[in-house]
Ligand binder design. Structure first.
Ligand SMILES: Cc1cc2nc3c(=O)[nH]c(=O)nc-3n(C[C@H](O)[C@H](O)[C@H](O)COP(=O)(O)O)c2cc1C
Length: 324
């Protein structure tokens, strides 16, 4: 059994974070992933008000007694930034003790709340500078993702193999790393780089419990590592997404210099949600990492995590054998 500072600090069975996913990481899915051994992350941006978030937290707590976190999104396009305080208050009031923030600008003004509320604060970012800032403000853990990752990639375009050790060397607190991890070899590789935990998003989508349409899960099984692209770079909000018709439309609009509102319309979360519900796989823009090319099946979350961790242990044993 692999034990790290992350399993120790977060109390999860495995050193795996089931990355938060907007409009997907709901109570049922978060509970399934936490029950399967990960520390899963509820997406507070899914909820229109702090009260709705409180209900979602309560629901999650009724489905699992395993650790889970709440994500507070620092990207203005994804969450009203003037309400963050209220979402943090709601999280702490419901006794969630792990808060993840994501976005480059570290949330200086929220830190006293995290600390006074006794929360473990994880700051997720995509660059050494941002990781150091998070550490200097008192983050307990840093999560860093490289260029391969599904979702926000930042603007540095540094692959996970370089990004993770760069951040690990630059900070003194434990680091969770990811971007492109879809199997046990990836987990072993991230741990070999010196990370104490591994974050996975894209791979978690092709699981039985993930609340997206079967068509999309099957499309991910069929997809190759070349089937993603970078969208919304022209407006400083680069996201790695699945290269479907909706993504192509966004790229086309960007190349024409279309106004922001048109881009927002084309990449809207509502369209993605519609696609998740009804299965028209070209309708919406969906975050997706290059690790999609490594997805070959649709297991339960438990089957996936047990298999991945067994494979990670086997990979580590293999490396020990060949080094003798
Ligand atoms: C469909 C999808 C939606 C995501 N939504 C969010 C989000 O709302 N906030 C966030 O911080 N990260 C989001 N992410 C990023 C994941 O939490 C995680 O950092 C990332 O998926 C890890 O890289 P990987 O996909 O290569 O495993 C999303 C990822 C995916 C695939």
């Amino acid at each position: 059994m692999i034990k790290t500072k992350v399993t120790e600090i977060l109390g999860s069975k495995y050193p795996i974070i089931a990355g938060t996913m907007a409009r997907i990481s709901n109570p049922e899915f978060v509970a399934a992933a936490s029950n399967a051994g990960a520390c899963a992350v509820l997406a507070s941006a899914n909820y229109k008000s702090p009260d709705e978030l409180r209900d979602a937290i309560n629901k999650t707590q009724s489905l699992t007694n395993q650790p889970f976190a709440v994500n507070i999104n620092l990207f203005p396009a994804l969450m009203p930034q003037d309400k963050l305080d209220d979402y943090v208050d709601a999280t702490l009031a419901e006794d969630v003790k792990i808060i993840e923030t994501s976005g480059h600008k570290a949330p200086e003004e929220l830190v006293p709340k995290f600390k006074n509320g006794g929360a473990i604060w994880i700051h997720k970012c995509a660059g050494v500078r941002y990781a150091k800032k998070g550490e200097s403000l008192g983050a307990d853990l840093i999560t860093v993702v490289g260029y391969e990752n599904g979702g926000a990639t930042g603007r540095l375009d540094i692959g996970t193999l370089v990004m993770a050790p760069s951040v690990i060397d630059a900070v003194d607190i434990p680091v969770i790393a990811g971007g492109g991890v879809s199997d046990g070899r990836g987990v072993a590789a991230i741990l070999a780089l010196g990370a104490e935990g591994v974050i996975m998003g894209t791979r978690m989508m092709a699981t039985k419990e993930c609340p997206i349409h079967e068509n999309l899960k099957h499309a991910f099984v069929e997809a190759a590592e070349t089937d993603t692209c970078l969208a919304l770079r022209s407006v400083g909000n680069t996201h790695r997404v699945w290269n479907n018709e909706a993504a192509q439309k966004v790229l086309e609009l960007e190349s024409e210099g279309a106004p922001l509102f048109k881009l927002i319309q084309a990449a809207s979360g509502e369209k993605a949600e519609e696609m998740y519900k009804h299965g028209d796989t070209d309708l919406g823009v969906v975050s997706c990492g290059q690790g999609v090319g490594l997805i070959k099946d649709i297991p339960t979350v438990k089957e996936l995590l047990d298999r991945i961790m067994a494979e990670a242990e086997e990979t580590i044993s293999h490396l020990q054998r060949i080094s003798n």
